[in-house]
Design a protein around this ligand. Sequence first.
Ligand code: ADP
Length: 197
Amino acid sequence: MRLIMLGPPGAGKGTQAQRLVERYSIPQLSTGEMLRAAVANGTGIGRGAKAIMDRGEFVPDDVVSHMVSDRIDQEDCRRGFILDGFPRTVAQAEALTAMLDQKGVKLDAVIELKVNPATLIERMEKRVADTLAAGGTVRSDDNPDTFATRLDEYRQKTAPLLNYYRRRGELVEVDGMQGMDIVARDIASVLAKVDSN
Ligand code: ADP
């Protein structure tokens, strides 16, 4: 099973991806998490990405695309993977199409989680409050100003991808405003129709 989870920040891609990890025993490839790990480890990619991420902007396409291509080549991705946070631009989608062609594998579905902007902001604020209440560390890009930039980047650069995948007949829309369990059920019913061999 090879999937892309698309949707704005706070749409619930990570939460749903995590459930699919358990169901299909395939890894979740979150470019946001890979980049945060690179920042934490002080790698070359991390040093270049930190300031960009703190502003809520996108890291350069070629950096992210190479990172994903290398990750997909690892053994645990042979039976499939869930892409969360990639692709985020049309250039990244084109790079992904080319790399999958070259690796001889096919996407099974692109799932768009649809959530309205006011709800996204509420969710980000709740995530911050819950993290603080639990004594955790809040992501440096989870604050109102940076979140506004992230939503803007999504609208300008990622939303055009929906058409890219719609034209390819791969896009499936799921209502992300519903409770987590209902969203999970809707995704499961979409995937039940997909033949993923
Ligand atoms: P969100 O919860 O907002 O969807 P992520 O954890 O997926 O956030 O990503 C956090 C940040 O990492 C993004 O705002 C961006 O700076 C960077 N990033 C993650 N994925 C990509 C990508 N595919 N292309 C460019 N930048 C990315």
